[in-house]
Design a protein around this ligand. Structure first.
Ligand SMILES: C[S@@+](CC[C@H](N)C(=O)[O-])C[C@H]1O[C@@H](n2cnc3c(N)ncnc32)[C@H](O)[C@@H]1O
Length: 200
């Protein structure tokens, strides 16, 4: 892969602590919701784009689905591998940028949860191109008519958190409804990190 994008760097260092985030504590209920919505027979194949530490992928594998987890962060995938071994399940882990991912087979369903790459931009990325690339890669990986479930950040929630200082100092980019895309790279990462923490 090309040099680290900012989210890759962020999640690599955050990986050992990721499962302490409170928003990770409802995985079983979230997977039950997915199963109800997807209605797939056991053994079906599921692509988890931006799988992180594999919390959904592993739970889906426990339900006897064949799961592929894709993530840009080697650190997150290392945690995922450990957790899968502890859970006694097999999941295929793929280290890849979702915007460049090419599937080696067609899947019965795909999920992209808690952003899972969608909307997580580096400062040099064009929002529409970034997210379109992910949608195209997911679409190309699916069998015809296969379902896809995506959850992502609510841009209105970001606006609600704005202060007049954020606007005056250019910390918020109205064009992309995001934090720090016009600021220097290091402060942009800090802003994005803060925004990620706030958004949860
Ligand atoms: C907030 S976490 C969500 C992880 C998991 N889906 C969950 O629900 O816990 C976002 C994940 O997306 C990954 N990610 C960010 N940008 C990505 C990209 N361009 N390609 C693949 N994964 C990416 C990060 O490494 C991180 O693991």
């Amino acid at each position: 892969m090309t040099p680290q994008n900012q989210w890759e760097a962020f999640f690599d260092q955050h990986a050992p602590h990721y499962m302490q985030n409170t928003f990770t504590k409802n995985t079983v209920a979230e997977v039950n919701f997915l199963l109800e919505e997807l209605r797939l027979p056991p053994g079906s194949s599921i692509l988890d784009m931006g799988c992180g530490t594999g919390r959904h992928a592993i739970e889906l594998a426990r339900h006897r689905y064949q799961v592929t987890g894709v993530d840009i962060s080697a650190g997150m995938l290392a945690e995922a591998e450990k957790a899968a071994t502890e859970a006694g399940v097999t999941v295929e882990w793929v280290h890849s940028d979702a915007t460049k991912f090419t599937a080696s087979k067609l899947y019965d369903a795909a999920v992209c949860l808690c952003e899972g790459a969608f909307g997580l931009l580096s400062t040099d990325e064009v929002p529409i191109e970034h997210d379109n690339a992910i949608l195209c890669n997911v679409s190309n990986a699916l069998k015809p008519g296969a379902p896809f479930i995506l959850t992502t950040l609510n841009s209105l929630a970001q606006i609600r958190k704005l202060t007049p200082q954020d606007v005056e100092q250019g910390r918020f980019d109205w064009l992309v409804i995001g934090w720090g895309t016009r600021a220097p790279a290091t402060s942009a990462l800090q802003s994005s990190t803060t925004s990620l923490k706030r958004a949860k």
